[in-house]
Ligand binder design. Structure first.
Ligand code: FE2
Length: 292
């Protein structure tokens, strides 16, 4: 078996507004749809070219405690309803295959490295919309392995788990695209707040000028492949905003790509947009450029 490889990576938004009807989305956008919708098509073209067999999806809604988890289920199908906003996100049919082989290799590598992680194969394990929405927007025939966001992990622990996944991908023989499913700054607006801009997706509606400017600086660094600089200031800046799930999606993705040694340059595949105060964008990383 030839060595597996990571053939692409992306930060991808999953916010529920994108999974409403086109008519609703255009009305919310003051006459123009969210550019994240067109961005899903641009991202799908990148995945097509990559030849990926498996998508490793870092799920910022699957919070775990005391252990990193990777999903080892073989197949999932059903109809998703969000218990967070059931009036808004419901009736989402899904059907996809997991990648239990890769998940079990992740557990083996974690054990070798004494990283606290397990592969969990439990057919009744709940789904989360950070996975389901991205599956429905992007996935065709690929297998999908979701990875949790351990809420007792520090920044370096996410990087370690990402490195475990990177090694497991090599051993698996798989061609893999990594999908970091979540937002950058992730502070919601108050329940009674009135967005200042009529186009709901407009960056002016992000929670604060400080968060929006921080996101813009991060996007510039991501485009330049300056992951080392982002990691250096992660705890002082980005974990405090915070990025969604304290950045578990980005940190595990970049850990799999070599951590601070990764220089993969990002390409924005969408405009930067607000969702209920959070900062959202799709960014593709050309992993052929990385030094690691
Ligand atoms: Fe989210």
């Amino acid at each position: 078996m030839s060595q597996g490889e990571i053939v692409g990576a992306a930060i991808v938004s999953h916010h529920p507004g994108l999974f409403q009807t086109e008519e609703f989305r255009i009305a919310a956008g003051d006459g123009r749809d969210s550019d994240l919708i067109a961005g899903f098509r641009r991202l799908r073209e990148k995945i097509d070219v990559s030849g990926a067999e498996t998508l490793v999806l870092f799920d910022t809604h699957w919070f775990t405690t005391g252990c990193h988890l990777v999903d080892a289920g073989a197949h999932y199908e059903g109809v998703f309803i969000s218990d967070e906003m059931p009036w808004y996100l419901h009736g989402q049919k899904y059907r996809y295959d997991g990648d239990p082989v890769l998940a079990h290799i992740c557990a083996e590598v974690a054990s070798e490295r004494e990283v606290v992680a397990r592969a969990i194969d439990e057919p009744t394990l709940p789904r989360h919309y950070a996975t389901i929405n991205v599956v429905n927007a992007l996935v065709r025939a690929e297998q999908v392995m979701s990875v949790g966001s351990c809420q007792t992990a520090a920044t370096e622990n996410y990087l370690e788990m990402g490195a475990v996944i990177g090694e497991a991908i090599k051993r698996s023989g798989r061609k893999v695209v990594l999908l970091a499913s979540g937002a950058l700054s992730h502070k919601f607006r108050n329940i009674n707040a009135v967005p200042p801009h009529p186009r709901i997706y407009h960056p002016d509606n992000v929670s604060s000028d400080f968060n929006r400017e921080s996101d813009y600086r991060a996007i510039a660094l991501l485009e330049q492949g300056r992951h080392k600089d982002i990691l250096r200031q992660f705890d002082q800046e980005y974990r405090r905003l915070p990025w969604e799930a304290w950045g578990a999606h980005y940190l595990q993705m970049i850990g799999a790509l070599g951590g601070s040694d990764c220089t993969a340059k990002g390409t924005a595949l969408s405009e930067y947009e607000n969702a209920h105060g959070t900062g959202n964008i799709h960014i593709w990383f050309d992993v052929s450029q990385r030094d690691s």
